[in-house]
Design a protein around this ligand. Structure first.
Ligand code: PEP
Ligand code: MN
Length: 358
């Protein structure tokens, strides 16, 4: 799919070699907290300031955002520091109030992008305002790429051309070191489907912990995503929301300074030659898999004729043991080989069961 005519979120940034960086507190709490954080971030070279004015909280009773009043603090950030300011909108009223206050960039939160009614209402409000404002869409909380793309399409159809996505990881039930595991294959697939769409990574909401922010940010740059949104607070321990995943502006500067931006566009001739070899080997592997499955099917016919069960435990165990041992001798990892062999075996079994039931 193409979203024709997309324009950069902000001119000159968000391209390989120059990632777009947005930073600021999870929530605008007080005028002093907003300005103190913003001043320090500006000194550290950050050009886009984020702060939540309306906060979607899991349960009632928490801090649900300072509301409209905080928009005036963002205005002061613009005036004093020259930074662009960004905030989250979740309904028409938010869009109207943010635009009236001169907010430069809007983003849609993960709970809102999961809701097509809310997305349409926001898209309509932006269209009615007739402004050319950048809008960034966080992935829906659940790992649903179509829903994410649908949210982006609603904005595109409403005329938004400075469009971007924010990957903040996906919600799950159970244990993980991440607050919202990245599931990188989903934003990678989004990039494959809409290559011209910039994708910014939010390691704060993904990791949920300060110490995971740096490593996740590096991974994002290594995968050539377009930028980073990181939560930063002048006093994270006292933050009114998401305190475990915010860095002080000083620490943020150190983290950003330590990130390596690789110039991945350069593809030398020797790299191309190596890639051709990989293509060739992969074709040979596919051919071998096809041959192996054909033999498995012949065995399936034999088992059917002789009323034998499909899975023969002892044969499977012997085969796994000897193959893995050979693979390790050849310098391959045992875990890797077990995974491959299990997948091959499962497919053989599936094909033989098909034969037995036909
Ligand atoms: C936020 O950016 O503070 C926020 C609420 O994020 P998300 O929508 O990703 O949970
Ligand atoms: Mn937050």
């Amino acid at each position: 799919m193409t979203l024709e005519g997309l324009k950069p979120i902000v001119e000159g940034v968000g391209v390989p070699g120059s990632p777009l960086i947005m930073a600021g507190p999870c929530s605008a709490e007080t005028e002093e907290q907003v300005l103190s954080t913003a001043r320090q971030l500006a000194l550290g070279g950050v050009k886009i300031f984020r702060a939540g004015i309306w906060k979607p909280r899991t349960k009632p009773g928490g801090f649900e955002g300072i509301g409209k009043e905080g928009l005036q603090w963002l205005k002061r950030v613009q005036e004093e520091t020259g930074m662009l300011v960004a905030t989250e909108v979740a309904m028409r009223r938010h869009v109207e109030e943010a635009l009236e206050a001169g907010v430069d960039i809007l983003w849609i939160g993960a709970r809102t992008s999961a809701n097509p009614f809310a997305m349409q209402e926001i898209a309509d409000a932006i269209k009615d305002a007739g402004v050319d404002i950048p809008v960034l869409v966080k992935n829906p909380v659940n790992p649903d790429l179509e829903l994410w793309i649908g949210a982006l399409e609603r904005l595109y159809n409403a005329g938004v051309r400075r469009l971007g996505a924010i990957h903040r990881g996906f919600s799950f039930y159970g244990k993980s070191i991440y607050r919202n595991p990245p599931q990188w294959h989903i934003p990678i697939e989004l990039h494959r489907r809409i290559p011209e769409l910039p994708i910014i990574v939010d390691p704060s909401h993904m990791g949920g912990k300060r110490e995971l922010i740096g490593p996740l940010a590096q991974q994002a740059l290594d995968m050539k995503f377009s930028g980073l949104m990181i939560e930063s607070h002048c006093n994270p321990d006292e933050a009114w929301s998401d305190k475990n995943q915010q860095l002080t502006p000083d620490i943020l500067r150190i983290v950003l300074g330590s990130l390596v931006v690789r110039n991945a566009e350069q593809s030398t001739e020797s790299l191309q030659a190596l890639r051709q070899q990989i293509d060739k080997v992969d074709t040979e592997l596919l051919d071998l898999y096809a041959k192996r499955m054909e033999i498995a099917r012949q065995i399936g016919h034999y088992k059917k004729e002789h009323s034998m069960p499909v899975v023969q435990e002892s044969r499977y165990n012997d085969l796994m043991k000897s193959r893995v041992a050979t693979a390790v001798d050849m310098g391959l990892s045992a875990d890797f080989m077990k995974t491959v062999l299990q997948a091959i075996h499962e497919e053989s079994v599936r094909q033989q069961i098909e034969i037995l039931n036909n």
